[in-house]
Design a protein around this ligand. Structure first.
Ligand code: SAH
Length: 457
């Protein structure tokens, strides 16, 4: 076989023009059709780059000199933007981010979904695209005896200490600072990945934006936290408004954050929040959308696509704590929700009760197992809502949808690539993608959320 020959050599300095932005925020320039990915550049920009790595179908470069700037380029707001891996698009204006995200959705729908002429609406963005996150979850490390916490640097496992994070609600910054200070004072050791020693692995802070209620989760390797009683007392004193302090124990050598065991150290097991008029109880292990303002926009769109008249049976697959289910239940005859995390289903049931909603049923299990069982038992959905994690829907679930033939599927997705893959499968199974509405749940980052309306042909 002929030796692979890229049109450039490693360590070459070349002048290029960037055409595109990848889903992870790198600029793309092509040399004789060979793509080079370069961080911190934008489409339309001309630059000198150094070729740093060559693979078979693509290579990587480093920016050396920018000749021509994009009109969408801005100065990043965050002082640690370059080192931190959390945001990828702070050097792109918010207007530019929305344009890039719309294009990203359109591209995968065409390339992976092989769908032509599907309407992709402009992204619904935020008026104030900062300080939006209600949840912060940071790894803990140590520096000169004190605890540090923040983000892993890009492509590494070194922790940068973070005093503030501009996409977090301010309260979460305060909580993290206080917890680091207090735990340091009492000599708590950070967990060390290499030696598998130490105690504190991660700290999670979550706040109900409407209620102001706050929860702290200390994720530890060991069941015991030295001086835990004093630590908890000091945290409660330092953070007015705190409602719940929880410990989660993860004694495994793993980069999975949470372990199986959760116990309340102080206060309640849950905090409460509202989305629209519906009140939600949220426990430590439950998924809850991180951008409360945009969640309302997203759910309203899902509800609009479902277009319920009160007669329908609806299934909400991947229902979490029943957020979408309860929104749907107000307009449907009956809603069935399924979710894999038992604590989330407990929350979902509690949430139905809390809001006096009686036409819902929730079951713990895999959507791909439970929904086929329901179908066998004669539970037939008119409308199916799916909101899967990044890997998208399981093939078994898609097969069940194709057999069950609900007249509509409303697909909420946090990963356009797997959404596009699943849209193709549904198209081949007799469905038609009517339209897609991207919603910006994650400003400054490369993530895009999307709702798709899919109808039986
Ligand atoms: N619709 C909810 C949750 C969406 S997040 C909301 O908007 O709040 C996706 C959810 O799917 C998570 O709660 C996760 O625990 C759950 N999940 C992951 N894999 C699953 C599976 N195979 N079957 C059912 N639920 C699953």
């Amino acid at each position: 076989m002929a030796k692979f020959q890229a049109p450039v050599n490693k360590n070459d300095y070349i002048d290029v023009t960037f055409e595109d932005l990848t889903h992870d925020g790198n600029g793309v320039a092509k040399v004789d059709g060979y793509p080079l990915f370069v961080p911190n550049v934008l489409p339309g920009e001309k630059a000198k780059i150094k070729v740093v790595k060559l693979n078979k179908g693509y290579g990587f470069g480093r920016l050396i000199e920018l000749y021509e700037e994009s009109k969408y380029r801005v100065q990043p707001e965050c002082p640690i933007y370059k080192e931190c891996g959390g945001c990828q698009l702070q050097h792109l204006s918010y207007e530019g981010q929305l344009i890039a995200k719309e294009k990203q959705v359109r591209d995968v729908v065409e390339r992976i979904g092989k769908l032509e002429n599907v309407t992709v609406h402009p992204v619904l963005g935020m008026d104030e695209p900062w300080r939006y996150r209600n949840k912060s979850q940071v790894p803990i490390g140590e520096h000169e005896g004190g605890l540090i916490g923040g983000f892993y640097t890009r492509r590494s496992h070194d922790i940068i200490d973070m005093e503030k994070c501009l996409i977090q609600m301010e309260q979460n910054d305060v909580i993290l600072q206080k917890v680091k200070e207090i735990c340091s004072q009492y000599g708590v050791k950070a967990y060390n990945e290499q030696t598998h020693k130490g105690t504190l692995r991660h700290v999670m802070a979550r706040i109900g934006k409407v209620t102001g209620e706050m929860m702290i989760v200390l994720i530890t390797r060991t069941a015991e936290i030295p001086n835990s009683k004093q630590i908890v007392e000091d945290i409660v004193k330092a953070i007015p408004g705190i409602k719940s302090i929880v410990q989660n124990i993860n004694s495994k050598r793993t980069n999975v954050i949470f372990g199986d065991q959760t116990k309340v150290l102080w206060g309640k097991e849950v905090i409460y929040d509202f989305i629209g008029d519906i009140k939600f109880a949220i426990s430590a292990r439950s998924f809850y959308q991180v951008n409360p303002d945009q969640t309302k926009v997203l759910y309203d769109k899902a509800l609009e696509y479902a277009d319920l008249n009160g007669e329908e049976t609806v299934i909400d697959a991947y229902c979490g704590i029943g957020t979408i289910s309860l929104f749907l239940a107000q307009k449907a005859k009956k809603v069935y929700g399924v979710e894999i995390v038992p604590e989330a289903i407990e929350d979902a049931k509690r949430n139905a009760e809390l809001n006096g909603i009686t036409n819902v049923e929730f079951e713990v299990g895999e959507a791909e197992t439970v929904i086929p069982n329901w179908y066998k038992q004669g539970i037939q959905a008119d409308i199916l809502v799916v909101d899967p994690p990044r890997k998208g829907c399981d093939q078994a679930l898609l097969d069940t949808i194709i057999n069950m033939k609900p007249k509509k599927v409303v697909y909420v997705s946090c990963n356009p690539a797997t959404l596009a893959r699943d849209l193709r499968i549904l198209e081949d199974g007799g469905y038609k993608t009517v339209e897609l509405q991207p919603v910006d749940m994650f400003p400054q980052t490369n993530h895009v959320e999307c709702v798709a309306l899919i109808e039986l042909k």
